[in-house]
Design a protein. Structure first.
Length: 127
């Protein structure tokens, strides 16, 4: 398993995390502008790379963040371990009475959120 972390910081606190394992890769672009953070995820969120996804979410949802957006436009697969990370974010943001949105899902990912009862967090807008 190879974990490569490429952190790039600028005025918007952008951070890129690249994870590659088993021939599949995941990349997370993070744009943090208090009180909002956007996680743009590309690739597969599977059992092997979800710990890095969780680490990124937990480290970047800080006390000044009240709005979290997960952009899944380029996510082709979401394992239950990835859903767990979304639930962690929902619980953390609920403590500060904030909001969580999941945008730009493919139908297969949208169906997963429907099945597990998280469809209320889906934003139906396609950007």
């Amino acid at each position: 398993m190879i974990f490569g972390f490429d952190y790039k910081t600028n005025n918007n606190y952008d951070r890129n995390v690249k994870i590659q394992n088993s021939g599949y890769a995941m990349k997370i672009d993070i744009e943090k502008k208090s009180p909002e953070i956007i996680f743009t995820v590309r690739g597969r969120i599977d059992t092997e790379n979800s710990p890095a996804f969780q680490d990124s979410v937990e480290k970047n949802i800080t006390e000044d963040i009240t709005n979290v957006i997960f952009d899944f436009n380029d996510v082709g697969y979401l394992a239950s371990a990835g859903i767990r990370v979304i639930i962690i974010a929902i619980k953390k943001i609920a403590e500060v009475k904030g909001t969580v949105k999941i945008i730009n899902c493919f139908d297969n990912i949208r169906n997963v959120f429907d099945m597990v009862g998280l469809s209320s967090y889906l934003d139906n807008q396609k950007t």
